[in-house]
Every structure is written in structure tokens, then in C-alpha cells.
Design a binder for this molecule. Structure first.
Ligand code: CO
Length: 135
């Protein structure tokens, strides 16, 4: 398995509308869509930039992973997401080499994707999301 594309850069925000307006004013880009991803406790806005997205995420409740991130660290870069062709193959490889995974099995992401997170302590202090796009 190897990484195919930078799928998105995710930024945790406390006010999704304000963040969307900020991107429109400053950078002249707007979301392709917004989506509530209940499984992750977030609402996200996906802003296309070239072949990737900026993903603005805001928590649905304070007691969610992104809610706790915001109260502890404030707004800012949350994770980077890379596209892979097979999430199972990626997880199998990472398990085999002893990488520190948050998800050992895929879960449901936005856009009908299947995703898995790799712990920031695994490599370079960065939370990594692997994304398998739908057919
Ligand atoms: Co993401």
C-alpha cells in the first residue's frame, strides 16, 4: 500500500459559519457541501482546493473528540488525511509493522468513505486519517 493523494487537511473550528465566511473572504473558496457525520460527532464542510479539500470540522457536542480538542487546544490543525486504494490493506500493513493505530477496523466517514485513524504518537505528532473513497 502507498498513499495516493492528499485527500484533505482538517481544521477544527468553533464556529463553522464564521470559518466558511473567512475562507470565502480571504481565499475565495467555498464548500462543495456540508455534512453531519454523527459517527464522528462532527459537522464538516468540505472546501475543494486543487485536487484536495480543506475540511472544516466543528463538534456536535462538547463531549466528543473534536469538542475536547477545541476546549484543550483551541481552533487549529486537527489531522491530515491521505487517500489509499484499500483501507483493509493499509491497516493490515500498519498492524504488521507495529504502527500505533486508533482504529484497527474501518469506520464510516463523510462522502460515503471508509476511514481509519493512526495515532499522532505513531509518527511526527500528527493525527493521520486514511481514506478509501467509494467506487
Ligand atoms: Co478528516
Amino acid at each position: 500500500m502507498k498513499l495516493l493523494n492528499l485527500d484533505h487537511v482538517a481544521i477544527a473550528v468553533s464556529d463553522l459559519n464564521a470559518a466558511i465566511e473567512g475562507y470565502a473572504d480571504r481565499y475565495h473558496v467555498t464548500p462543495l457541501y456540508r455534512e453531519v457525520v454523527a459517527e464522528q460527532g462532527v459537522e464538516e464542510a468540505m472546501i475543494p482546493v486543487g485536487g484536495s479539500y480543506v475540511q472544516l470540522i466543528t463538534p456536535l457536542h462538547p463531549e466528543t473528540p473534536v469538542g475536547r480538542f477545541l476546549s484543550k487546544r483551541g481552533e487549529g490543525l486537527h489531522h491530515v488525511a491521505y487517500a489509499v486504494s484499500s483501507i483493509e490493506a493499509a491497516l493490515e500493513h500498519l498492524s504488521a509493522i507495529g504502527a500505533r493505530l486508533i482504529d484497527t477496523t474501518p469506520r464510516v466517514g463523510g462522502r460515503g468513505t471508509r476511514i481509519a485513524f493512526v495515532h499522532p504518537a505513531d509518527l511526527t505528532g500528527t493525527l493521520v486519517e486514511l481514506v478509501e473513497l467509494p467506487e
